[in-house]
Design a protein around this ligand. Sequence first.
Ligand code: UDP
Length: 368
Amino acid sequence: MGKRVCIVGAGFSGAVIARELAERGIPSVMLEERSTVGGNCHTERCEQTGVMRHVYGPHIFHTDKEEVWQYVNRFAQMMPYVYRVKAVHADQVYSFPINLHTINQFFGKAMRPEEALDYIQSLAIKGEMEPENFEEQAHAMIGSELYEAFLEGYTRKQWGRSPAELPASILKRLPLRFTYEDNYFNHPYQAIPKEGYTALIENILDHELIQLKLNVVFDLDRGDWAHVFYTGPLDRYFNYQFGRLGYRSLEFVDEVHPGDYQGNVVINYSDQEVPYTRTLEHKHFAYWEQHEATLVTREYPKQCQDGDTPYYPIRLVSDKVLLQHYQEAAQVISDCVTFAGRLGTYRYLDMDQTIAEALKIGRNWTRD
Ligand code: UDP
């Protein structure tokens, strides 16, 4: 038998690559250092309440990519789900992401769409140049008052830095609407897998040509592989030789309550004085299930240190310089190693983008 292909990490990226290779008759060994598959999409039943828990924070599948939508539907029953969030600012509850309702609530008015648009445009602070960071982007879109109420405090907590240091692209994730539509996403397909993400990924991995090994840490010096597909942190692969890329980590604190705790799946806490960013009441995701008790998780962002799980690539200017060094190093070994996914490419990717890229990688790879 010739050398085998190794896939490091059993999140969406690794699983989809493994499956695509397997369907082309290429066997692989998948190494996952955790005891579960699913990466940071992992879901499991809470023993105390029976509720399906999004272990590493809320995950809502949304896409405008027909192929990706068809793909996930092959492996799971996807339940339609529209993600609606509320934001608490100064002890008041607001509609979110910022829409006509938020604007009217915040300014105590009853404006129609065009009136609100004119009003917000009159508040927008636009410089001569294109906005270069999160703060400038927000000022240009909505002015200072809404920015300070709903974005500034949350963003400082989430990223541990001034929004003036952060890329404008982070803000572009959020819609701004002049209607009462409060759907968090604009994509046509939005859903939650009925049995959770872990079951979905287990189904992707359920192929005779995929050999899954849990609780195994990938060791560069061990194993003689035909090729490695690596979905762990890019800087870690290179033993941090150029320095550490900045990631944000999270701490999750669980509580169990009777009944319905907050009446919604997620509530964002916009103010900096509240130490957590959001509270997640997991059972509201699974509207087709009944549970008496409820599991609530508070999310506390923190600096990512040794031993912490990296979640969000920060991508400061200094990170981008480092990233370039790592990308060059990755290019040198690209015949032997392919880097994929949020951690492997150090990008703030959503699940559907990850799947689309993994499909391409798995389909195009050939043995030399
Ligand atoms: N954000 C904010 N206030 C909120 C929600 C989001 O300022 O109430 C900003 C914050 O900087 C966050 C970014 O918008 O990191 C993207 O939000 P998203 O909900 O996409 O974050 P995720 O769910 O990926 O953590």
